[in-house]
Write a protein that binds this ligand. Structure first.
Ligand code: ZN
Length: 64
């Protein structure tokens, strides 16, 4: 069972669940912190953060 307090740390690009203490990349957008498996995915997020932030929201909703 995953720890509930880690559920919010999902790479919005690839959907990977991340431990915020071990995530290799982080970005802040709209007051939220987003964690990434790699700098590549962080850069991809930053090309269109609004779209990816919405994707992450809908993905979290689907899992509930
Ligand atoms: Zn990723």
């Amino acid at each position: 069972m995953p720890k509930p307090d880690l559920d919010q740390f999902i790479d919005p690009i690839c959907g990977m669940h991340l431990d915020p203490e071990e995530a290799p990349a982080v970005a802040t957008y709209n007051g939220h912190s987003y964690y990434f498996c790699s700098d590549t995915h962080r850069e991809q997020f930053l090309t269109d953060p609004e779209t990816y932030a919405k994707l992450l929201e809908s993905e979290e909703r689907n899992q509930q």
